[in-house]
Write a protein that binds this ligand. Sequence first.
Ligand SMILES: Cc1cc2nc3c(=O)[nH]c(=O)nc-3n(C[C@H](O)[C@H](O)[C@H](O)COP(=O)(O)OP(=O)(O)OC[C@H]3O[C@@H](n4cnc5c(N)ncnc54)[C@H](O)[C@@H]3O)c2cc1C
Length: 300
Amino acid sequence: MFIRKMIIMKNIKILKNEPLSNYTFTKTGGNADMVAFPTSVKQVQELLNMAKEKNMPITVLGNASNLIIKDGGITGLVIILTEMNNIEVEDNLVTAQAGARYIDTTIAAQKHGLTGIEFAAGIPGSIGGAIFMNAGAYGGETANVVDSAMVLTPENEIKKLDNKELDFGYRHSSVQDYDDIVLSATFKLKPGDRDKIQAEMDHLNELRASKQPLDLPSCGSVFKRPKGYFAGKLIHDAGLQGYQSGGAQVSKKHAGFIVNIDHATATDYLHVIKHVQDTVYKKNQVHLETEVRIIGNDKK
Ligand SMILES: Cc1cc2nc3c(=O)[nH]c(=O)nc-3n(C[C@H](O)[C@H](O)[C@H](O)COP(=O)(O)OP(=O)(O)OC[C@H]3O[C@@H](n4cnc5c(N)ncnc54)[C@H](O)[C@@H]3O)c2cc1C
């Protein structure tokens, strides 16, 4: 029987044996031993100390919009940063905490008449996830607008990394290589016309809504863009749209998305991913690498 237990440790809310499907955009995933919701950098540092003392592995999540968490769940401590979500604007700099939504950051920039970040108006992740992934859309990339980020190293030290040190690449940043935790990021934008900025954001969000299955749970584009191809076109041309395993289905609206149409499990998602990869490889000899991060334990 599932028992949900909440404890408060040093003012930090911690849930035990918590289903991560409550947080993932796909609405799938097993349980975490513990989930903590820090509200400050100090609390994140305290959690790192506690995990070290108890020899517990740590996993950091933002908005869980780019994740498949396997059905066996996550061992140890999951830190969800969404309660650290402050956004500040000073001159042409916008500084957002790791748990702030990228969407809210673009809204704050627009309100202050700052341009450059409109491309992210519909990206449903957090700032931490956006730095980690170098999230991008419609020709824009996080790398192009980030001035610097504050991170916590695995040694529990706060460090400032400038754009160069973040070593951005296609869906890559140095955070992936060094297991840093992003605490906040500062975006350097340019003065612009509020109405024009809003119009561009509206335009991109309309485009998104017309092409993407936003009415169903998903994790966005499942596969990276292979060199010289488009993942969605390869999947479409292989006749895979509508392919289904359990409750997970290759979207009929956008071939690059896998949607949860009927109580899918993470295992259903993984079956669909494997089938798509195998079929596209057989047909085109192109390997589709996942953009979505697959983490956690297999179900026993
Ligand atoms: C409908 C839909 C549309 C999408 N459209 C786009 C798009 O246009 N462009 C695009 O790039 N992506 C898109 N995505 C994917 C996703 O929103 C981005 O990858 C986003 O940047 C992930 O942020 P997150 O907070 O959800 O990260 P999560 O899914 O929570 O985590 C992703 C990875 O980042 C790590 N991480 C998260 N926060 C931190 C942190 N603070 N410090 C260190 N590591 C961290 C996690 O450990 C994990 O490995 C879309 C997703 C959906 C569901």
